[in-house]
Design a protein around this ligand. Structure first.
Ligand code: FAD
Ligand code: NAD
Length: 467
């Protein structure tokens, strides 16, 4: 039987990063993945393919709507969904093969099969109906991720009533896609199909889209989406979803308690994701899960069985690839006797629509609720020379700073390349910068980053220079 210092179950961004860091720290490491390709949700059916389709559909939209403004005449522009999806798959294949290379380079043994606990130091690896092989591991990291959630009354037929996984490989552009849930997946994939010509209606339970982000971001993104003719039914709780032939019928109850009906040809169910522990046989080791099915861990991300740890989507916290990665490194270093630290307040959140939405730190609503005295400075992206040059004039940057100390408490933005710009907010907050610090830093001109400087100037006392 092969024996390891560490076995990692699950090869998503949490698992494969944990395995690399364990190997770097000199541990003999194995990784177990039930699918044929490594990379987990993120690389196979999440971050990477969704961004590939967002980019392709964005190019198409630019070609039909915006090239003309730049003096580029294209004539009759066509697209092939089939080619777009094939390209997306090519990007996924290239990226997952990159993980094979990294495993090889770091001398990590890769096992394909479902990993399940036999006891606290032995894991069975099963492939279909073949007899399971067993490996021994002194320590194990559970990194089994998450799966799409649904609502109790919905039957996902995966043809017309679908999750994000099917939405990444549809055979046609929907005529009318009804999106249940105005969160990250609903808006990113809704925008893909809107750009390609679908009518899109977002049915959201809360009174605003992206409800966990700063209210100003919800408002700005909603304004842009409405300009793009996406329809919204906010404060609507979905109560039934049915399919009749090629038609899907979604019923919801509005704020007044009235029943409202939406008819379309596809329904994307994007109401969140749930931790995935099926097949792990947690019972054999006595590891508990919480009321949302997540593996319970302490502050060292250690389960109640001291040699078994858990990271990523399968435990509490934001379901984000970079959060899972940080936790992978954290656990490997903890196992090696180091004292790593993760500041969960500084895990940024991004929505890759266009304009992009990005945040780090506390929202204005959270500061109000916590009774923190703060000051806010906002700067509209349209006032930037860079934005006017590119034509990306929607959005703003908002900086929230402590009223007394000027320490930056939150950075929230909507705009072109906000996904990349937010890294400045993370860096500033990691070093506990004040708004004045950002305001005094030279930012290259003309760039979108100038909006960050201007928002900091606004936060330090109405000193923005270009509004
Ligand atoms: P996962 O990536 O889910 O990996 C878990 C792996 O474990 C899977 O490969 C699974 O097959 C395997 N596994 C499970 N059980 C077993 C078992 N018993 N034995 C062996 N293997 C097992 N996050 C971002 O930060 N940015 C984005 O842009 C982004 N976009 C997304 C878009 C979509 C459409 C979706 C669905 C998600 C997106 N996410 C994004 C979220 C991101 O994908 C997850 O947060 C991330 O993948 C979590 O990583 P993980 O390692 O915890 O788990
Ligand atoms: P989400 O939590 O972002 O959004 C779900 C939305 O569905 C919420 O707005 C919620 O109010 C709404 N909802 C819930 N029940 C409803 C009902 N009955 N009727 C109407 N609306 C209802 O979840 P998601 O968009 O499914 O994404 C899942 C996870 O994947 C997220 O946690 C996210 O972090 C991750 N993800 C991240 C990215 C990214 O980082 N860009 C992209 C995609 C997914």
């Amino acid at each position: 039987m092969s024996s390891y210092d560490v076995a990692v179950i699950g090869s998503g961004p949490g698992g494969y990063v944990a395995a690399i860091r364990c190997a770097q720290l000199g541990m003999k490491t194995a990784i177990i993945e039930k699918y044929d390709t490594l990379g987990g949700t993120c690389l196979n059916v999440g971050c990477i393919p969704s961004k590939a389709l967002l980019d392709s559909s964005h190019h198409y939209e630019d070609a039909i709507k915006h090239f003309d403004e730049h003096g580029i005449e294209l004539g009759d522009v066509k697209f092939s969904l089939e080619k777009m999806i094939a390209r997306k798959q090519g990007v996924v294949d290239m990226t997952t093969k990159g993980i094979d290379f990294l495993m090889d380079k770091n001398k990590i043994d890769v096992y394909h099969g479902v990993g399940s606990f036999k006891d606290a130091t032995h894991i069975d690896i099963a492939v279909a109906k073949e007899k399971a092989q067993t490996i021994e591991a002194a320590k194990t990291i559970i990194a089994t991720g998450s799966k799409p959630s649904t609502l109790p009354f919905i039957t996902l037929d995966k043809e017309r009533i679908i999750t994000s996984t099917e939405a990444l490989k549809l055979p046609e552009v929907p005529k009318h896609m009804i999106v249940i849930g105005g969160g990250v997946i609903g808006l990113e994939l809704g925008q893909v199909y809107k750009r390609l010509g679908a009518e899109v209606t977002v049915v959201e339970y809360m009174d605003r889209i992206i409800p966990t982000m700063d209210k100003a971001q919800s408002k700005e993104l909603m304004k842009v989406f409405k300009k793009q003719k996406v329809k919204f039914a906010l404060s609507h709780g979905v109560t039934a979803v049915a399919r009749k032939g090629d038609e899907v019928i979604v019923k919801a109850t509005n704020k007044k308690g009235e029943e409202v009906e939406f008819k379309g040809d596809y329904c994307l169910v994007s109401v969140g994701r749930r931790a995935y522990t099926d097949g792990l046989n947690l019972k054999a080791v006595g590891i508990p899960t919480d009321n949302r099915g997540r593996v319970e861990v302490n502050e060292h991300l250690q389960t109640n069985v001291s040699n078994i740890y858990a990271i990523g989507d399968v435990i509490k916290g934001a379901m984000l690839a970079h959060k899972a990665e940080e936790e992978g490194v954290f656990v490997a270093e903890t196992m090696a006797g180091q004292k790593p630290h993760i500041d969960y307040n500084l895990i940024p959140g991004v929505v890759y629509t266009w304009p992009e939405v990005a945040s780090v730190g506390k929202t204005e609503e959270q500061l109000i609720e916590a009774g923190v005295a703060y000051k806010a400075g906002s700067f509209p992206v349209r006032a930037l020379g860079r934005s006017r040059a590119s034509g990306d004039i929607d959005g703003f940057v908002k900086i929230l700073a402590d009223k007394a100390t000027d320490e930056v408490l939150g950075v929230h933005m909507v705009g072109a390349r906000a996904a990349d710009l937010i890294a400045e907010g993370v860096t500033a907050m990691e070093f506990r910068a004040s708004a004045e610090d950002i305001a005094r830093m030279s930012h290259p001109h003309p760039t979108y980053t100038e909006a960050v400087k201007e928002a900091a100037l606004a936060a330090t006392g109405d000193r923005a220079l270009h509004v």
